[in-house]
Design a protein around this ligand. Sequence first.
Ligand code: GMT
Length: 382
Amino acid sequence: MNIGITCYPTYGGSGIVATELGKSLAQRGHKVHFITYALPMRLTGIGNNASSMDYIDNIFYHEVEMSSYPLFEFPLYEMALASKMVEVTRYEKLDLIHAHYAIPHASAALTAKNILGNDMKIVTTLHGTDITLVGLEPSFEPLMKYSIERSDAVTSVSEFLKRETIENYGVNKEITAIPNFIDTDVFRPIDSRQLRRLLAPNGEKILVHVSNFRAVKRVTDAIKAFKQVLDKGIKAKFLLVGDGPDRSECELLARELGVWQQTRFLGKQADLAAILSASDVFIIPSGNESFGLAALEAMACGVPVISSDIGGLTEVNVDGVTGYVVKTGDVNALAERLYKLFTEEPLRKQMGVDALAHAIGNFTKEQLVPKYEEVYEQAMKG
Ligand code: GMT
């Protein structure tokens, strides 16, 4: 098939899923055209980013050019995107556009389809922020419903998000839940002993968190729990990977709590698998999470996860098996579970083994990319 993919190209789960899906589809023989305002973060293998090792022949990148015109205060992103979609669909004869996010990507694709007046199909994947947006901005609800209901097929990244969309927003559409997936060639336990020695030279335990430091991630809960564990005499380091609006507040909290020397804010990192593999426990205490790709990536590296019980997190992290699930906002419970894993090494190791088995048993690209292909085929027939 000839497939267009539109996503946010920045550091975030939806862009990662869209990019990995596109790369995998290309390897499976489809022609994939990324239509985005910047080169997606994990899209190596084309243009200047390509090395001979990872070049993928049938991936193409079309940049949405954003012109600024003094009369217009705000950039016309959705219109620029719709216009680029028209151009690419017309010249590249796209069979379908896969929009990651109902607003503004599916809505832009619907505009493009109206202009083209052809049979190009629209497949929309909901990652959650579409739904959160409507919570924050209720006037978006009609546009969100319209974009979903007029798509030819819709997927969500968890059963939780599917229920939420249908029940809370009264959306009348069949939605196929397809969880996030990992590339096990990249996310796998790797020998990180050297890195571990550098990060924890005195044999400290290592806790790790990866996110974009938005308020919804509740990173401060993780820092408070870490402090409680240190107060019990545990020698440990906390690696915080990623960047975003709450990072300064988190750094301040670490200083105020007196745990600054034990925390390392690493910023955005390319080689996540090495950092995860060097760690003992992954923590994700989110207040809202439609799936939790970062937790899955940690599990695929053999690291047990302590998560909150919100949204789709319980569909990936199995309480008492792959790690622990605690009530959102319960810092004491986070600390208690973390202490247990830091002090009971055989249990921690077993949970790491089970986390890896759960990840590779259920969430690999080989298992889940064909599910997207099935959805595409249904959309083409419908
Ligand atoms: O979590 C974020 O802040 C990024 C966000 C996004 O839209 O890129 O991630 C969402 O999509 C990911 C991929 O499907 C999911 O794994 C994340 O759980 C989801 N984030 C939230 O629901 C907060």
